[in-house]
Design a protein around this ligand. Sequence first.
Ligand SMILES: C[S@@+](CC[C@H](N)C(=O)[O-])C[C@H]1O[C@@H](n2cnc3c(N)ncnc32)[C@H](O)[C@@H]1O
Length: 224
Amino acid sequence: MLTLKGLQNSWVKIIIRNNKKMENFQVISDAYHKKYGKIIVDLGCGSGNKPETIGIDVLQLSGVDYVANMEEGLSFIQDNSVDEYITAHFLEHVANFEHLMAELFRTLKPGGTIKIIVPHFSNPYYYSDYTHKRFFGLYTFDYFSDGKNSLRRKTPKYNTSFQFSIVSRKLVFKSPNFQFLNLIKKHFWTRLFNSTKFLQSLYEESFTSFLSCYELIFILEAKK
Ligand SMILES: C[S@@+](CC[C@H](N)C(=O)[O-])C[C@H]1O[C@@H](n2cnc3c(N)ncnc32)[C@H](O)[C@@H]1O
């Protein structure tokens, strides 16, 4: 039977566990700071984590420094403590996306940055992966932005509690499986459609159905 004492004990255990997690992460980040002079965190790093970054992943793969389910946020990371996040092909796996964005904002130092690589919604391989939970387009991060560096189309604001500045955004065209296509996509389409904001907007509004884009790269800065 669930008693008040039992409930209190469970809460105490959760608080101790979270404090322990925070302590563990703090030990790792202190060591990285001492060695590299700043804190760079790779979210959903898989086994491809670089030596100078703290890799977080839900799986204990080689190169992962800290195991956590980031659907639950980043409670183990202190406020204003991270210089830079990088994340490649991870955010599309997150259902609790707005909460994670708020956590990234909370934990970044003022002026800290996030480099985000995500599949574009027109990427044909996107739909084969049943673990993908959300789509990304040219405008996804405008919904979290202060409006600087925006495109022709303006997005509504659903969230007012935190804001990033969009430092840059890029459409990346490539073909991982056909080399001749890869050359054309990388060297022609990527250059052409990123040459102006007008062409970026025009591509996404008018050409996605016959020319797919592989991924998007954003750099966001925490405005605090
Ligand atoms: C497609 S892989 C990308 C790996 C690496 N970033 C890369 O570019 O090769 C996605 C990674 O996100 C991790 N991941 C998925 N959901 C997660 C979650 N809720 N919390 C933490 N990591 C998660 C997976 O374990 C996997 O390593």
